[in-house]
Design a protein. Structure first.
Length: 233
C-alpha cells in the first residue's frame, strides 16, 4: 500500500527489453533507497513495481510485464525521463493522502494547463466510463500523487486538479503539458460505493422497465428511458 504522498523525483537510467518484459533501472534521489531490499515495492508514477536488482545505494531495477506496459504510461517512457516515486507504506505510517494500491486503472491525457498565481491547474480528459467514480472534493491518484478533484465536467469528460507550489516542487507535474499521458487510480472506496449502488438499482429497476417503457411510449419518451437505463441491462 502507498499513501499518495510522492517522496521524490527519480530518473530512468536504463531500459532493456526482452520478449514480453521491460526492465527499468531507476536512479533515485539521495537517501530514497536507504534500506531498500530486493522484493520491496516502489510506486513509479503510481505503478506498483517490485525491486528485482539493487545497484549500489541509489538505484534499482524493476521488471514490468507487457500487460502493465499496455495499461499504464510506462510503455511510452524513454531513458532520462523523470518519474514520481514513493516507497511502500510501513505499518502505522501516517496516511497524508489516501490509501493507494499502485494498480493503475487507466491512462488519461492532459487536456489543458492553466498557470495562476501560486496555483497550477491541470484539466484531464478521461474516458466516459470512469466519470461516475470522479466527484468534486473527492480523491484521485495521478501518477501516484493523491490529489483532490476541484471540478468535474461530465458532458465534456474532464476533471481538474489544482496544484500548490510544494506539490510542483516534489513531483513531475510541472513538466506535463497538453497531450501528456498520466496514470490514474480511482479511489477504491468510491468505486465500491458506486458499483454497489449501480447493482442495487439494476436489481430494483430491471423488473419495472417493461411497464415504464410502455408508459413512456405513450408519452413519446421510451427512447430517453432506454438511453438512461441502457447500462442496467
Amino acid at each position: 500500500m502507498f499513501t499518495g504522498i510522492v517522496q521524490g523525483v527519480a530518473r530512468i537510467a536504463e531500459i532493456r527489453d526482452v520478449p514480453g518484459l521491460r526492465t527499468f533501472r531507476i536512479a533515485f534521489p539521495a537517501g530514497f533507497a536507504a534500506g531498500l531490499e530486493i522484493g520491496a515495492s516502489v510506486a513509479v508514477d503510481g505503478v506498483c513495481l517490485t525491486v528485482t536488482t539493487l545497484h549500489g545505494g541509489d538505484a534499482a531495477s524493476f521488471d514490468v510485464m507487457q500487460q502493465t506496459l499496455n495499461i499504464t504510461t510506462l510503455g511510452q517512457y524513454q531513458t532520462g525521463q523523470e518519474v514520481n516515486v514513493e516507497r511502500a507504506a510501513r505499518d502505522g505510517a501516517e496516511i497524508g493522502g489516501h490509501p493507494l494500491s499502485g494498480h493503475v486503472d487507466f491512462a488519461a491525457s492532459v487536456a489543458a494547463v492553466r498557470e495562476l498565481e501560486n496555483n497550477y491547474v491541470l484539466r484531464i480528459a478521461v474516458p466516459q466510463q470512469w466519470l461516475p467514480y470522479l466527484f468534486a472534493k473527492g480523491y484521485v491518484a495521478i501518477n501516484g500523487a493523491s490529489l483532490t478533484i476541484a471540478e468535474v465536467n461530465v458532458a465534456e469528460s474532464w476533471f481538474e486538479v489544482w496544484l500548490i507550489p510544494e506539490t510542483l516542487r516534489m513531483t513531475v507535474f510541472r513538466q506535463k503539458q497538453a497531450g501528456a499521458a498520466l496514470n490514474i487510480e480511482i479511489e477504491r472506496s468510491t468505486q465500491v460505493i458506486v458499483d454497489t449502488v449501480r447493482r442495487q438499482l439494476a436489481d430494483t429497476l430491471a423488473p419495472l422497465l417493461p411497464a415504464l417503457e410502455q408508459v413512456l411510449q405513450q408519452q413519446g419518451g421510451a427512447d430517453a428511458l432506454r438511453i438512461l437505463t441502457g447500462k442496467l441491462r
